[in-house]
Design a protein around this ligand. Structure first.
Ligand SMILES: Nc1ncnc2c1ncn2[C@@H]1O[C@H](COP(=O)(O)OP(=O)(O)O)[C@@H](O)[C@H]1O
Ligand SMILES: [Mg+2]
Length: 411
């Protein structure tokens, strides 16, 4: 039984801005928590502080309620797997896996059994006599995990363990990791910059940006009800599209976009938070799947010129210049720009996810329908999500945010 608790964990390297800034988080016994965020946001530093490999500047790490912040790494009984595997090159797989047990003076017969069991579970039984240089990337990764798991640590930490593997192997190793976790149920913190990995592996996901915790929740919660614009843009692929829009209305609420007045259906009930923003600018967020090829009766249609068309088999992604917002002045005032992506030429791009059958060509105008019922809204200044409830909340279903057709959660 191991509950890991981080209390106001902070790390500053040499007087610069905090690499990890006041992070408080509790990881349940047996939970698989994924810590996700862009490169440099402080993920590895947090793991290293949990492991005791990095001193904390302030705050505490607790395991089962006991502060271990001052304990040396060895005493914490934590195992960590690194991105580069860090196997001992001169040792065989058997020796690599047995190393930590030897250090702990585990008797030889028990050591042999434990290594054999773990090797079997990881499909390494045939490779025990090989040295790391005679293994493939995937096999090395398995040895690194086997070495960490063999001694049944209280806490298991993994730092981007799959990032050196090719795409196909990454997918199968993801499944393997999930299976290992089912079997051992060791409290795990898994670090990745890859939101797909986070969505598929995590019981819960903690999103980090610039050293600060942005939101903690289940994959569904983060996808359907992002707490702010950063989380909304980070989770989901392709990214959410954003634009600054001016809200108008009372009875009917509309958002001005590209010369359109988009009516927000059932606004008063679905977005209770919008009321205080009427007459001012907010950021509209639309996932690529909220845009589709327009049919004759569609109420909210924009005409766009595809700058890129990516055929992905089941679907196509259309890239086009972001629609202009209703008021450029507002944009200048708030400093919020209507962007999802910026390519090298500085063009602001939006993406629509349409069916594979869609007949599209670069440069040929196409009409896209906006499903306004799938819109998200964010405060133009703070980026915080504006309160909303699911479309069927009245029936008691209580979805945390708009229901999206792409229930596959963007993976
Ligand atoms: N030993 C160090 N000395 C100085 N700065 C560091 C050190 N380790 C990490 N940093 C800085 O702290 C920030 C967070 O780094 P890191 O935790 O490695 O991020 P991530 O793992 O999310 O990519 C980065 O800005 C990085 O440059
Ligand atoms: Mg890192």
């Amino acid at each position: 039984m191991s509950i890991v608790r981080l209390e106001h964990l902070t790390k500053t390297f040499g007087g610069r801005t905090a690499a990890v800034d006041d992070v408080s988080l509790s990881i349940d016994d047996g939970e698989f928590l994924v810590l996700v965020g862009p490169s440099g946001c402080g993920k590895s530093t947090i793991l290293r502080m949990i492991a005791g490999l990095e001193e904390v500047t302030s705050g505490d790490v607790l395991i089962d309620g006991e502060p271990v912040t001052a304990w040396p790494p060895k005493q914490r009984d934590i195992a960590m797997v690194f991105q580069n595997y860090a196997l001992y090159p001169h040792m065989t797989v058997q020796e690599n896996m047995a190393f930590a047990l030897k250090l702990r003076h585990v008797p030889a017969p028990q050591l042999t059994t434990q290594v054999a069991d773990t090797a079997h579970l990881l499909g390494l039984s045939e490779l025990l006599d090989r040295k790391p240089k005679a293994l493939s990337g995937g096999q090395r990764q398995r040895v690194a995990m086997g070495r960490a798991l063999v001694r049944k640590p209280r806490v298991f930490l993994l730092d981007e363990p799959l990032s050196n593997l090719d795409a196909k192997l990454r997918v199968s190793m993801r499944a393997e990791l999930a299976r290992l976790h089912q079997r051992y149920r060791i409290t795990t913190v898994y670090v990745t910059h890859d939101q797909v990995e986070a969505m598929t592996l995590g019981d819960r996901i903690a999103v980090l940006d610039q050293g600060r915790l942005q939101q903690v929740g289940s994959p569904e919660e983060l996808y359907l009800a992002p707490a702010n614009r950063f989380v909304a843009g980070f989770m989901g692929s392709p990214s959410m599209n954003f634009a600054t829009v001016r809200l108008r209305g009372g009875e009917r609420v509309t958002a001005a976009l590209d010369g359109l007045e988009l009516e927000i259906p059932d606004a008063a009930r679905r977005y209770p938070g919008l009321a205080e923003h009427l007459g001012s600018a907010v950021v509209l967020g639309l996932r690529p799947a909220a845009l589709s090829l327009a049919g004759p009766g569609d109420p909210a249609v924009i005409e766009v010129v595809p700058l890129g068309v990516e055929a992905l088999g089941d679907e196509k992604h259309v890239l086009f210049e972001a629609p202009r917002d209703g008021s450029r002045d507002e944009q200048r005032q708030t400093g919020v720009v209507p962007v999802a992506v910026e390519d090298t030429s500085g063009t602001r791009l939006w993406t629509a996810k349409v069916t594979q059958q869609a007949d599209l060509a670069i440069g040929r105008p196409v009409r896209l329908a906006i499903d306004v019922s799938k819109a998200y809204f964010f405060d133009a200044t703070s980026g915080q999500a504006i309160a909303q409830v699911g479309p069927d909340a009245a029936t008691g279903a209580g979805a945390p945010g708009p229901r999206t057709a792409d229930a596959g959660l963007a993976v």
